[in-house]
Design a protein around this ligand. Structure first.
Ligand SMILES: O=C(O)CCC(=O)C(=O)O
Length: 206
């Protein structure tokens, strides 16, 4: 057996289980949501990412000023290149197996966000940079660390959803969700520790 195959099998031995027991919710208009609670509760993965991912800050214009985006970001634009932790390789294999047939393509990129405390957040948005603006896609988000609220609301208005996402939970948005729904992680006044999210996306979806 070659080294690559052996190391992939090693990863899978300790990796996440197959995605059984996932809750599926039809959001209407071709959008859907799946949640797999406690899928990959790996504190070593959290620690390695917290201490070693190539975190950067981003700025954006706000009125007449430029402000820091309130979270840290890192991005891997090719999942075939070395990832910072073997659990991510194993997660990608399981996600591809489960969602590849629905997507018609594999996951290709990994985005990481670090919400250092309750003051960090991401505002309502859809992942509509690139093909997500025009085509159905699947975005799979693994949560690590502190529990945070994950909000979803339909673009045209109407009742939304709020989930508390905990360490190890997987939230998957699919179909038209990036165009017809928006999601966010709001700030919280509760004293919370850091949360890291790992987002798996298809090529040219941001
Ligand atoms: O951290 C999350 O769960 C959401 C991240 C997100 O929506 C994004 O980076 O576009």
């Amino acid at each position: 057996m070659g080294t690559t195959q052996a190391s992939l099998l090693d990863c899978l031995a300790d990796g996440p289980p197959p995605l059984t027991g996932t809750e599926h919710l039809d959001l209407g208009a071709g959008a859907w949501l799946e949640v797999c609670r406690g899928w990959l509760p790996d504190w070593d993965l959290f620690d390695v990412l917290a201490g070693g991912a190539p975190w950067r800050t981003e700025q954006r214009p706000m009125y007449d000023r430029v402000v820091d985006v309130p979270r840290l970001l890192a991005f891997y634009d090719d999942l075939d290149l070395p990832l910072p932790h073997p659990a991510l390789v194993a997660a990608r294999v399981v996600l591809d197996e489960h969602y590849g047939p629905v997507m018609g393509e594999p996951f290709r990129t990994l985005g990481l966000c670090c919400y250092r405390d309750g003051a960090d957040s991401v505002a309502w948005h859809g992942d509509t940079v690139g093909r997500g603006a025009r085509q159905d896609t699947v975005v799979a988000i693994l949560s690590l660390g502190a529990t945070r609220r994950f909000g979803l609301r339909p673009v045209g208005g109407g009742p939304g959803l709020r989930l508390d996402v905990r360490h190890g939970d997987l939230v998957v948005m699919g179909g038209s969700c990036q165009r017809t729904w928006q999601h966010c992680v709001p700030k919280t006044a509760r004293p919370v520790g850091a949360r890291i999210s790992a987002q798996f996306r298809a090529r040219d979806v941001r």
